[in-house]
Design a protein around this ligand. Structure first.
Ligand SMILES: [Zn+2]
Ligand SMILES: [Zn+2]
Ligand SMILES: [Zn+2]
Length: 122
């Protein structure tokens, strides 16, 4: 197989453990579907989503009932839950178990799983 000499280089002193980057880092950019034509990248953090919602003029009080402004979704919920809803439902953010690569939506669920997950060698 042909391999590019540029890609084959590894920095000196990097060691043997070359870990691949985690699949979904917070900070990964997603496509915003809150407003047609929006090209601002959307970060998968509640803080960033809330800030982004504000830039589209969606400003409510946390306890106020609001509808999810995501395209094709009109689910009603408390505004305080909208950012998490968007993160989980529309961005599909998942976290993976480092041992068995099982995917979970919530970090708490994953943390509970990792405690009992034993890496099995087949
Ligand atoms: Zn947007
Ligand atoms: Zn929604
Ligand atoms: Zn696991």
């Amino acid at each position: 197989m042909y391999s590019s000499p540029l890609l084959g280089q590894s920095p000196p002193g990097a060691g043997q453990d070359l870990l691949p980057p985690p699949p979904s880092l917070p900070g990964t950019n997603y496509t915003c579907q809150l407003a047609p034509g929006c090209t601002s990248p959307l970060e998968a953090t509640s803080t960033s989503i809330r800030r982004h919602l504000r830039t589209h003029g969606h400003t409510y009080k946390d306890r106020q009932n609001a509808r999810c402004p995501w395209a094709g979704c009109s689910q009603a919920m408390r505004w305080t839950n909208v950012a998490r809803h968007i993160k989980e439902i529309h961005l599909g953010v998942k976290v993976c178990c480092k041992k068995c690569r099982k995917a979970y939506k919530r970090e708490e669920t994953l943390a509970a799983h990792e405690k009992i997950c034993i890496q099995v060698c087949h």
